[in-house]
Write a protein that binds this ligand. Structure first.
Ligand code: TYD
Ligand code: MG
Length: 449
């Protein structure tokens, strides 16, 4: 915090007011005032004096102390486990399964003989107990603590001396010194800063839950991302059972790993082989408008089915709808299909969907999207045993992609027979599966149809 005077500052123009107002009198923006709390400078100085510069080579490595969460999928996303003294944010939509996931982690760490403090500002101990019974979490080292006052939490952490603290959720916590309501930007920021100090001072790992909120006065996890060590997001469609845990920031490892889970009646189960999970309904069907694409999620290949429906527009402007792929990317691919292959898509509605609710944001799926669209437009099925890989250029050329070998091997493992790939150097021969190289959209089109 700064040496500003206490009060409210507009986040847009920095205008100051001693009392909160709905509208900034400086710039006229609504809901932009955020409370600024002043920490007494004396406290700051005592902390700073204790720290001395150290030689980097003398700093001991801490990696060996990582604790397993009891789930390999989770450990992988963290880079091998929970680092002592780290503050980890778990963000996600309400109801997606954040409390469930962290209670399972708390259970696993408790079972390993370490003390865990589960602070809940949302549920009573009875509710937590009910869930714990369902999850089979039952051990002597797990403490539940219904509390929303962060200072009381700090006291209990000092008393209980746990290895892991779970704070569910940051939006329910408050610091008495800050006058604004829990969940406001200043409370969320203030609480996060205090939790960070707590984690570092006591060398305790802290998980904080942050609900993603679309609007309103409740601050979302975004306002704390820069303060914490690790940012994880838990994603998935609420009406579907699979969940993806994604690393967005990690001061102790890479961020390109994901963990895949399935929500069951007894909590979250790890999905060790996500490709076969997402392709469950595909079963090598030959239907128009669908094709399987190997994408990369971090360092792991993932096979997903892309479906498309193209039909004449019945009135007005054509509709273009996508789920799981970028809307603009599909518009671009349709333009290339129209120009390079002469498909008259201009007066057609087009819908593109990735089965299972997965989100693909890499260009290596371009050719797959193009093939699915063309297949639906022509009412011609693509052989169900074919997978398609390639990035599409504006001139209709098919560009090389990364990690081609991994993608092909995954397809081979799942029993696919043929792989359409970009023409690129260093392609290994994989005997179980036939690879066909293409350099342009036209070549790919001639091969498939
Ligand atoms: P929850 O962990 O409470 O979500 P969050 O903390 O992110 O808000 O989980 C909510 C949903 O998970 C709830 O609708 C019920 C479902 N669920 C199961 O399907 N199986 C289970 O074993 C548990 C504990 C929850
Ligand atoms: Mg919850």
């Amino acid at each position: 915090m700064s040496n500003k005077k206490p009060g409210y500052y507009c986040q847009e123009c920095g205008h100051f007011t001693a009392r909160w107002m709905g509208r900034c009198s400086g710039c006229g923006a609504w809901n932009t005032y955020v409370e600024e709390v002043v920490v007494s400078p004396r406290n700051h100085r005592t902390v700073e004096r204790q720290v001395e510069p150290r030689l980097l080579i003398e700093v001991p490595p801490e990696d060996s102390d990582r604790r397993s969460t009891g789930m390999t999928e989770f450990d992988r996303v963290l880079g091998g486990g929970v680092v002592p003294g780290s503050l980890i944010l778990l963000g996600g939509d309400p109801g997606i399964g954040k409390s469930t996931l962290l209670l399972q982690v708390a259970g696993a760490i408790g079972s390993a003989g370490h003390r865990v403090l589960y602070v809940s500002g949302e549920e009573s101990p009875h509710q937590i107990k009910l869930r714990a019974d369902r999850l089979g979490v039952n051990n002597a080292e797990l403490f539940v603590y219904p509390q929303t006052n962060l200072e009381a939490v700090e006291e209990q952490v000092a008393k209980v001396n746990p290895l892991l603290v779970v704070v569910d959720s940051i939006q329910t916590m408050y610091i008495p010194d800050i006058t604004s309501a829990s969940g406001s930007v200043s409370q969320v920021r203030g609480c996060t800063a205090r939790l960070m100090q707590l984690a570092k001072k006591q060398s305790v790992s802290v998980f904080v839950v942050g609900h993603v909120t679309k609007e309103g006065m409740i601050a979302g996890p975004r306002v704390m991302e820069h303060m914490v060590d690790v940012v994880l997001y838990f994603e998935g469609e609420r009406h579907q059972t699979f969940r993806i845990l994604r690393g967005v920031k990690n001061r102790f490892g890479s961020t390109n790993e994901i963990g895949v889970f399935e929500m069951s009646g007894i909590g979250l189960q790890e999905v060790a082989n996500p490709s076969s999970f997402f392709l469950m309904d595909h079963a090598f069907r030959n239907v128009a408008g669908t094709v399987v694409v190997p994408t990369m999620e971090g360092t792991r290949p993932l096979l997903v089915e892309i479906q498309s429906l193209v039909c004449p527009t019945s009135f007005g402007t054509p509709r273009r709808m996508t789920a799981g792929v970028d809307h603009n990317r599909v518009a671009l691919i349709m333009a290339v299909l129209e120009k390079r292959l002469g498909l008259m898509l201009g007066n057609c509605d087009a819908y593109v969907n990735v089965v299972g609710g997965v989100r693909i944001d890499e260009p290596a799926a371009d050719l797959g999207i193009a093939m699915a669209l063309a297949s639906s437009f022509r009412e011609r099925a693509i052989d169900g045993r074919v997978v398609v890989i390639g990035e599409l250029g504006l001139t209709g050329e098919i560009r090389p992609v990364t990690a081609l070998d991994k993608r092909i091997s995954e397809a081979a493992q799942l029993g696919f027979g043929c792989c359409i790939v970009p023409r690129q150097k260093g392609l290994r021969d994989i005997s179980e599966l036939e690879t066909k190289e293409v350099a342009t959209l036209t070549e790919a089109f001639d091969l498939v149809f």
